[in-house]
Design a protein around this ligand. Structure first.
Ligand code: AMP
Ligand code: ZN
Length: 672
């Protein structure tokens, strides 16, 4: 074996070892919920693997952990026929329904019947095909016979194993539900609201909408999860459904341990009663329980009806609904000027809380249900943040009732509302004269993730605005203690704190200032991207739409919004004033100094131990200066930075390929 061949082997092994290691950490974290590595170390290893894979494309693996981050775009999803049909479930709504079902079962099979009870997860169903332990494809349910292939998107869901462990069958399908846990859903919505976008309505629709997104990197950002509940295949290695769930868990799947075997219908009913109450404590939504005959031979004897297995039954929990009267429809104006109609209800008890208000979303929603003031309505609490009206009781409508006429003018400033194509909502265009918009923008500006102004809260902002002391966020920087002291409940100390907080905010870095400006669709992440790319506000303000779209992850909606923001003279003036006051409108000298294009086009391999900087720092410096870091030497390597104890084989290889070897000092000189 020659030296080159040995090198070759080592590389493949190294890559496989990293993949294996990352897989294990991934499993521990996402399936077992038990982290075995810090996020930082995980990212470093993942990056390392990415670099190795890029430099050695011959070792490509369609199931590598690096594919979890997404990036592939699917224009058209292809239709795939399921090897095993995905059936619906028969539904039951009462304990009597379940007892009737058992009576039917007993006529069709001999012997005792045991049941498995599982929760019915509320999301989008998916069928995953594994062959030789590798995920081959993921197909949505579709009409049950055929669905869409969404494999690239599904691979970004961390709890779905790409490679199985243990003693799995050669080929099988496994079915599960793609869900969006409540906490992740809440966080996604907080970010949307901060960016001035409408929140998603509920976790279920958001999860199912995620499957068909064209950009898998977008899917990767969503905190989706997958809970598995059914295996389909031939000659499978188990005799009961419960056993199949345990096996699936052994192979690396996330199968909730809530599932339980019940040997009588009474025990089934205990399970239902328990979860009817405790479902509210779960981290995800469930709309019922699925009861399955446990014994696989009995299942086979029972077979299927035209639509569903005879051996399974869904039991739906009652959605919590209440009947009340809609007293009045009022309209809220958000900081972006978006109008949200709100139903003010006669207070009513629902799911443990008293409900006084429900969201009506927009004009179309009101028209669709023909909701009117004075109506008797049914409210329901689903995954939504605030309850919604699901039905109007027309039989109770008063004879003098009039259809709701949606407002045409802003309830706060009386400006005529506009509704642009593609927007479900009406907007008040009076950006600078409409009080809730003025107050909302300043409140956003001072918020924790933005300028984080200590000593100033949302209510004080409103007070300052209504007292005519400020009208936009730049005005904050001209406030004086003597002006704010006369305000209600403003003590000397708090006034001083406020001014000090405003002063301190001048140190907040550019990316956060950019977020604080409240440009629609420019959330925290987008602001970071733009700050890094444009480096200062002038460059951003002068960018054309095409240039903006060319920035990584910036689409035309964001680009248009940025252009629009800077086209408004008042905005440009405000920014000019912020600049005069000393607010950071460019990335800091330090950051800037660290960022050049000096090394662009050069690929570096770092090897050995260093004295002045660590290996990690060295790599960071290379990337900050536009260079690329690779971990293996090839013809494409421009320089090898050799530290102490550099491996002899690396040295031979570099020399053999004629790659320049430089020392740590020589490198630092290069970028100084
Ligand atoms: P339905 O859509 O009401 O006919 O209910 C059938 C669907 O429930 C299936 O297609 C699955 O996606 C979903 N489901 C959720 N949890 C389970 C579970 N534990 N067992 C079987 N199906 C489930
Ligand atoms: Zn207005």
């Amino acid at each position: 074996m020659n030296e080159f061949y040995i090198c070759f082997m080592n590389m493949e092994e190294q890559i496989n070892q990293l993949r294996e290691e990352l897989r294990k950490h991934n499993y521990n974290y996402y399936v077992l919920d038990n982290a075995s590595i810090s996020d930082y170390d995980f990212d470093v290893k993942l990056k390392q693997l990415q670099v190795l894979e890029e430099a050695n494309p011959e070792f490509y693996d369609a199931n590598s952990p690096t594919l979890r981050v997404g990036g592939a775009i699917t224009k058209n999803f292809i239709t795939v026929i399921h090897d095993f049909r995905m059936y619906s479930l028969a539904n039951s709504y009462s304990k009597e329904d379940l007892e009737d079902w058992e009576t039917r079962l007993k006529k069709m099979v001999d012997g005792e019947i045991e049941y498995t009870c599982e929760l019915k997860y509320d999301g989008a169903s998916i069928s995953l095909t594994y062959e030789n332990g590798l995920l081959q494809r993921a197909v949505s349910r579709g009409d049950g016979y055929q669905g869409d292939e969404v494999t690239t998107n599904i691979k970004t869901i961390n709890s779905i194993p790409l490679k199985l462990k243990g003693d799995f069958p050669k080929k099988f399908d496994i079915r599960g539900e793609i869900i969006l846990p409540l906490e992740g859903f809440k966080k996604m919505n907080e970010e949307r609201i901060e960016a001035g976008e409408d929140p998603y309505r509920n976790p279920r629709n958001t999860a199912s909408g995620s499957l068909k997104l064209q950009d898998s990197a977008e899917v990767a950002k969503r905190p989706l999860d997958c809970l598995l509940y059914q295996i389909a295949g031939e000659r499978l290695p188990f005799d009961s459904h419960f056993e199949s769930l345990e096996k699936a868990r052994d192979w690396g799947f996330k199968v909730p341990t809530i599932a339980k075997v019940a040997s009588t219908m009474t025990e089934v009913i205990e399970f239902l009663d328990y979860w009817d109450i405790h479902r509210h404590d779960l981290p995800y939504e469930t709309d019922g329980v699925v009861i399955k005959v446990n014994n696989i031979f009995q299942q086979e004897e029972l077979g299927y009806t035209a639509k569903s297995p005879r051996w399974a039954m869904a039991y739906k929990f009652k959605t919590e609904q209440a009947v009340t009267v809609l007293n009045e429809i009022t309209y809220q104006v958000g900081r972006t000027g978006a109008i949200t109609p709100v139903a003010n209800l006669e207070p009513v008890a629902l799911a443990g809380t008293t409900v006084k208000r429900a969201s009506l979303h927009n004009a179309d929603q009101i028209a669709k249900l023909d909701i009117r003031e004075g109506d008797t309505v049914m409210v329901e609490k689903g995954g939504e943040i605030i309850p919604k009206i699901v039905e109007v009781d027309l039989s109770n409508r008063k004879p003098n009732s009039e259809p709701t006429r949606y407002i045409t003018h802003c309830p706060e400033c009386n400006t005529e509302l506009i509704r642009q194509e593609g927007d479900a909502k009406h907007f008040c265009p009076n950006t600078d004269g409409c009080p809730p918009q003025i107050i909302g923008r300043i409140q956003h500006f001072i918020s924790r993730k933005a300028m984080d102004i200590d000593g100033l809260g949302g209510e004080t902002v409103a007070l300052l605005v209504t007292n005519g002391l400020i009208n936009n966020y730049a005005d904050l920087y001209e406030l004086e203690v003597s002006q704010i002291l006369p305000l209600d409940r403003m003590a000397e100390k708090s006034a001083e704190n406020l001014i000090a907080g405003v002063e301190a905010s001048k140190q907040i870095p550019f990316e956060r200032v950019l977020f604080a400006l409240g440009i629609r669709f420019v959330g925290e992440t987008v602001a970071k991207k733009l700050a890094k790319h444009y480096k200062n506000i002038e460059a951003l303000a002068n960018a054309s739409e095409e240039e903006l779209i060319n920035v990584d992850e910036i689409g035309d909606v964001i680009a248009k919004s940025v252009i629009n923001f800077f086209s408004i003279e008042d905005n440009r003036n405000t920014i000019h004033r912020l600049k005069l006051f000393g607010v950071q409108l460019e990335i800091s000298q330090e950051e800037l100094a660290n960022q050049t294009n000096k090394l662009s086009g050069s690929t570096f391999v770092v090897s050995g131990v260093f004295v002045k900087v660590t290996r990690t720092e060295l790599k960071k410096i290379i990337e900050q200066n536009g260079g690329k870091v690779s971990s293996s030497i090839s013809k494409k390597t421009s320089f090898v930075i050799a530290g102490d104890k550099m491996g002899p084989s690396k040295k031979t290889k570099a020399e053999g390929l004629g790659v320049t070897i430089i020392s740590e000092d020589e490198f630092l000189l290069m970028i100084s």
